[in-house]
Design a protein around this ligand. Sequence first.
Ligand SMILES: Cc1cc2nc3c(=O)[nH]c(=O)nc-3n(C[C@H](O)[C@H](O)[C@H](O)COP(=O)(O)OP(=O)(O)OC[C@H]3O[C@@H](n4cnc5c(N)ncnc54)[C@H](O)[C@@H]3O)c2cc1C
Length: 422
Amino acid sequence: MIVLNSLRGYYFSAIKIHSQIAIIGGGTGGLNVAAQLIADGHAIPQQIRIFEPQKMHAYQPGWTMVGGGLCNVKKTLKPIEKVLPKNVSISDSAIAKINPKENEIVTQNGEIYTYDQLVIATGIKTEFDQIKGARQYLDDLNSPVASIYNYKYAEKMNRLVEEFEGGNIVYTEPPLPIKCAGAPQKIIYLSHDRLNKRGIKTNHHFYKTAGVIFGVPKYAEILTELCKKKEINCHFKQKLIEVQDHKAIFENQDTKELKSVTFDLLHLVPPQLPDKFITISGLADAAGFVNVNHNTLQHVTYKNIWSLGDCSSLPTSKTAAAIFAQTPVLVKNLIRVWKKNLEPIPGYQGYTSCPIFTSQSKLLLAEFKYNSQLDETFPIFQSNESRLMFHLKKDFFPIAYWQLMIKGWWGGRDGIRFFKGA
Ligand SMILES: Cc1cc2nc3c(=O)[nH]c(=O)nc-3n(C[C@H](O)[C@H](O)[C@H](O)COP(=O)(O)OP(=O)(O)OC[C@H]3O[C@@H](n4cnc5c(N)ncnc54)[C@H](O)[C@@H]3O)c2cc1C
C-alpha cells in the first residue's frame, strides 16, 4: 500500500493536474461556493476541483437536534457524491501544504495540483484528545459521557438523556472560537426540558471557559434570566482538562486552581483548531486561521487565494449561517479578480446567526455582525423565546440546506436565490 501510494504520488507530481478553481474542503463552505459558481453561470463544473477526504457530507447544525431527541442522525449525513454539483472533479486526498507562490497544492500522498484561483474551506477540527481521558469515556458505550460535536456521540447523548434517572449533569464549553458558540448551551436547554417533562430530579451545571454566557449583551441578558428561571447553575472561567470515572477536572482560568466535579452525566465540547497545513503554508494569522481581508474574503498577501467559514480569520461567530452570507461575496470577488482583473469589493460585514433552542418547543434566534452589533431579521420575534423560530430551525432550515443550499439556491436570510447572472 505504501509503495502504491508513493508511486501514485510520483506519478501525480510528475503530471501536476491543473484546475481553474480549486476548493479545499467539501463541507458547507466549499460546497456552497462550488454550487453558487455553477448556478450563477460563472463557471462550468469541469473548471472546478474539490479536495475532500471524507466520504460523507454532514449537516452539522442537525447534531444538536440529534442529541436533543428532535432528529434522527440519518437526516444529517449524505454521501459526498450525492451533494456535490454534477461533473465537478473530486480528489479524495487531504491537503498537506500549499505553495502559494507557485500556485501549487500538495496532498498528503505527495500529489501536486495547480490552480488559477484557490478557495480554502477546511473548517475547524474537533480536538477531543486535548481533554485527558475524554476519548476513552466517549467511546465507551456504558459510560455517561457524550458530545453533540460528533454524530456518534450526539446519538449517545440522546440515549443517555432518555435513560437518565436523576442526579448531576455537567455541561462544558472550551475556549472560543468553536463551531456555533451557542451549541454548548442549546443542549442544556433541550435536555433540561426533556427531563423536566419526565419529572426527573436533576441538577444542571454549566462550566464555561469564557467569563460571560454569550458575547452579545442583548442575548446574554435573556439567557442569564433563562438560566435563573430554569435553575441552571453557571460557572465561568472553568476549563475542562480531564475526564475520570464520573469526575470532571476543571482548571480555573484566573487562579489555575484545579477542581474536581462529580457527574452522573457529562456533556463535553472539545477544543477546536484549524488544520496545521494553513500555518505550514504561510497563509495563517497568529491563531492559525487563513488570513483574509474581513470584508472581501481575499487573502491579505495572495490575491488568488480566498477563504470562508470556520477556517477563515473572519472575526465572527463560526456558523453555517455566516457562510451563507459570505459565499456570494467571495464568489463575486473571485470572479472580479479572475475574469475581469478588477479589485474585490468589501461586501461582508460579519453577519452570523445562532438559533438557540431554549426548550423542546421554543428558540431564541440570535443574529449579529462584527463587534457583536445586532443585525436582526425579525426583531419582534427575537427579544424572547419563540415557537415560530423553533419551527423555522427544526423543520425549515434542514430542507433549505439539503434542497436549496447544495444547488446554490439558498441565500440564508435573503431567502431563495434566483439566477444572478454571469
Ligand atoms: C453541534 C453543532 C451545532 C451547530 N449548530 C449550528 C447552527 O445551529 N447554525 C449554524 O448556522 N451553524 C451551526 N453549526 C456550525 C456549522 O456547522 C459550521 O460553521 C459549518 O459547517 C462550517 O462549514 P465549513 O465549510 O467552514 O467547515 P466544515 O463544514 O466542517 O467542512 C470542512 C471540510 O474540510 C475538510 N477538510 C479538513 N481538512 C482538510 C484537508 N487538510 N484537506 C482537504 N479537506 C479537508 C473536512 O473533511 C470537511 O469536510 C453547528 C456545528 C456543530 C458542530
